[in-house]
Write a protein of this length. Structure first.
Length: 455
């Protein structure tokens, strides 16, 4: 039997970050079990022929001072900074992202509809309750026009749920709220002002996003990360996990970064309240089709949103515009995202035909384009659905896990909507809780100073 102080389930960014920050003080033994052949999880890259494909767009939006310094140090100069070029394609026209501040370019009746509807919210504001639905919030915040032409159709396509059943807890930084002057300016002129948390981004020049988890794993001690190790069963009472290729692993503390639903399905014993709460957690699957096309610079854009129902996908990204080294010279690489409910049965061949037809209809692909690579890379648990059951369920689950000393972190472990920097910081904060310190950085500096004083 293997024994460790801390067992971390999942070798994605959250798990690797936790292990690294625990190592900064070297007080606890750590083992990371990753089911895949490589670290990184969904923040990873796969090679198919001459192309490198990520699991959809994984871009680095750096806002935290520590997170920025830490991540850029990991990449060691292997990154480029890009000013976002993101657009919406609807009514046969491209408009800048975000839609609510950039309706210029749409047919005039649509522009007028959006601007007039927004002004009504300014002059006749609607009072919302403490817990409004996303539908009511959108109408009250942006008006009927913007909701009709973008907010409703796009979010229905993404979340695959009635918008009256969704909360506003997820949207925060992800749905920019421009002022009245900005909405009007963007209706009358081509507004080039950036809005939102992702106005710029960084991306590796070489190797795809895989270089980030690889660099993080390289900082761990030999043998701390074990790949090809799927979790079979977790006995919370005896603090023992049965893991493929490892056997029984006994732990003092457990950190989960797997999707919360998967983790709970593998655990025993759980109280009835947690079992009931688990059944209330919902998510969508993202069917990600990657294409390698024998045509250079297919677009000058980074990604485009498609709100209209006639297109099966909600977003198309041009990953070769993040880095031309993701494919051979003279080619382009794309990722196309389709959302489906977790329990939907999907015929990939049929869906692929629909996607390719939609890409040609939208002018993304030409009839003469030669496809050099065509690879599906689905993300089974793509988006956590923020319905009104989510928060009460998560609260009940985490209350119990905290009681038994189990951490569940990251985008999927914490069952939330987040991005890569936040996930890495989740790991740092988890390590600090496990070590009982306010800051791993301060504690490490203090320890280092004490050791120097002893020399």
């Amino acid at each position: 039997m293997i024994k460790t102080d801390v067992l971390i389930l999942g070798g994605g960014l959250a798990g690797l970050s936790t292990a690294h920050h625990l190592n900064r003080l070297g007080k606890l033994s750590v083992l990371v079990a990753e089911k895949g052949a490589f670290v990184g999880g969904t923040a990873g890259t796969e090679r198919h022929g001459d192309f490198l494909f990520d699991h959809t767009g994984h871009l680095l939006h750096l806002h935290d001072s520590y997170g920025k310094k830490f991540i850029l140090d990991l990449l060691k100069g292997n990154w480029a900074l890009h000013a976002r070029s993101s657009w919406i394609y609807s009514q046969n026209a491209f408009t800048r992202y975000p839609f609510q501040a950039n309706t210029y370019g749409l047919p005039w009746p649509a522009v007028e509809d959006c601007a007039a509807g927004f002004l009504r919210t300014v002059h006749k504001p609607v009072a919302l309750g403490d817990k409004p639905s996303f539908k009511d919030w959108s109408l009250a915040t942006f008006g009927a026009g913007i909701s009709k032409h973008f907010m409703f159709p796009y979010n229905e396509k993404l979340w695959r749920s009635p918008l009256s059943a969704l909360t506003t807890e997820w949207q925060g930084r992800f749905v920019p709220k421009p002022g009245a002057s900005e909405v009007l300016y963007g209706a009358l002129m081509d507004q080039k002002k950036f809005f939102g948390y992702n106005a710029d981004f960084r991306y590796p020049v070489r190797g795809g996003i895989q270089v980030l988890p690889d660099a993080l794993a390289a900082r761990l001690k030999p043998g701390q990360v074990r790949t090809g190790c799927s979790v079979r069963y977790v006995d919370l009472a005896s603090k023992t996990a049965v893991i493929e290729n490892l056997g029984e692993v006994q732990f003092e503390r457990l950190v989960n970064t797997m999707p919360l639903v998967d983790f709970l399905d593998l655990c025993w014993p759980l109280p009835q309240a947690v079992t009931v709460a688990r059944m209330r957690l919902r998510y969508n699957t993202v069917y990600n089709l990657n294409l390698g096309v024998a045509r250079a610079r297919m677009s000058d854009k980074h990604w485009v949103y498609f709100p209209e129902k006639k297109y099966p996908f909600y977003r198309v990204g041009y990953s070769s515009n993040f880095s031309p080294r993701l494919g051979p010279k003279g080619t382009s690489s794309l990722y196309i995202e389709v959302s489906r409910r977790a329990d939907d049965k999907v015929d990939l061949e049929k869906l692929e035909n629909q996607v390719l037809a939609g890409l040609r209809s939208a002018g993304v692909l030409k009839s003469t384009d030669k496809l050099l690579a065509k690879v599906w890379m689905p993300i089974r648990c793509g988006y956590v659905v923020y319905d009104f059951d989510r928060t009460p369920a998560v609260t009940a689950i985490f209350k119990h896990l905290a009681k038994i000393g189990v951490e569940s972190i990251g985008r999927y472990g914490a069952w939330k909507y987040s991005f890569m920097e936040e996930t890495i910081l989740d790991g740092k904060r988890c390590a600090e809780r496990l070590l009982g310190v306010d800051s791993v950085e301060k504690e490490a500096a203090s320890t280092s100073a004490a050791l120097k004083a002893l020399k």
